[in-house]
Design a protein around this ligand. Structure first.
Ligand SMILES: NC(=O)c1ccc[n+]([C@@H]2O[C@H](COP(=O)([O-])OP(=O)(O)OC[C@H]3O[C@@H](n4cnc5c(N)ncnc54)[C@H](O)[C@@H]3O)[C@@H](O)[C@H]2O)c1
Length: 262
């Protein structure tokens, strides 16, 4: 099925890089009118104009900034709450400032995006919101206490917002990516000593691409997912299904960026 968003306004927060940018591109390829929201340093206007979208400086931690941005876009049909940060910090090194900032962007930022967008979408009795959660919404990963708490909190937002917005015809779902190659994760992808043991636990034997996450976002945003709300979709190469690891040296080898059977 080819997804088509002709006539639809799509907003992607954090759309100037990585998964957000790939998502913006995919919506444009599916004929949507796309707006990228991002921080000033990421030059959302310039990035957007390079891909046939429009860009606005908007900080998801700041309600007035989001209000002004949604005033410009008009009521969106689709909102992808994707903006997020994630930095390694062990428990004993996690300062209150670090904790508060991570939650401000990843959790409060999604709440503010959702609340601001929903107020404009409800009168139209239609729409779809897709939240960028993570496999870390479900399981632990040492060194990511604040990040994992923020991403786990997003599941509560998805479930509750789906209840409240369903009567208005607005669906709310989440995509939960595993390890995806972006600037956040580039160091691991580049270093076989890190990638090899990590990918050993992924049934598909490799990390994912931003485009593979974007495809899941478009599906959930589209009419093809018309009866899906309050759901989460793992895009993780099977990582969450693999308790003891999939690959071993007896039958396979790690070559380049992935495990392959010999
Ligand atoms: N890369 C992965 O492996 C992975 C895995 C699971 C989930 N995710 C999630 O996917 C989302 C995108 O991550 P990515 O890997 O593409 O990272 P990225 O750094 O390439 O993109 C994140 C974008 O969010 C923007 N952003 C940050 N703070 C913002 C704010 N206050 N207001 C507006 N925009 C802001 C950044 O400027 C950037 O453009 C994040 O929510 C991340 O947690 C990523």
């Amino acid at each position: 099925m080819r997804l088509d968003f002709t006539g639809q306004t799509v907003v992607v927060t954090g759309g100037a890089n990585g998964i957000g940018l790939a998502t913006a591109r995919a919506f444009i390829a599916a004929n949507a009118s796309v707006w990228i929201f991002d921080l000033p340093g990421e030059r959302p206007e310039a990035v957007a104009s390079g891909i046939g979208a429009r860009g606005i400086v908007a900080d998801v931690t700041d309600r007035s900034s989001l209000e002004a941005a949604f005033d410009l876009t008009g009521p969106p049909h689709v909102v992808v709450a994707n903006a997020g940060i994630g930095e390694f910090r062990r428990l004993e090194e996690t300062s209150e400032d670090f904790w508060n900032h991570t939650l401000a962007v990843n959790l409060t930022g999604v709440f503010l995006t959702l609340q601001t967008a929903a107020a404009r979408m409800k009168p139209l009795r239609r729409g779809s919101i897709v939240i960028m959660a993570s496999t870390n919404s479900y399981d632990g990963e040492a060194g990511f206490l604040a990040y994992n708490a923020s991403k786990a909190g997003l599941l509560g937002i998805v479930h509750t917002a789906a209840n409240e917005l369903g009567p208005y015809g607005i669906r709310v779902n989440a995509v939960c990516p595993g390890l995806i190659r972006t600037r956040l994760t580039e160091a691991l992808f580049r270093d076989p000593a890190l990638a090899k043991p990590y990918f050993q636990h992924i049934p598909l034997g490799r990390g994912g691409t931003p485009e593979e996450v974007a495809a899941a976002v478009l599906f959930l945003a589209s009419e093809a997912a018309g009866y899906i709300t309050g759901a989460t979709l793992l895009v993780d190469g099977g990582q969450m299904a693999a308790k003891y690891g999939t690959w071993n040296e007896a039958a396979a080898e790690f070559a380049g960026d992935r495990w392959r059977l010999r």
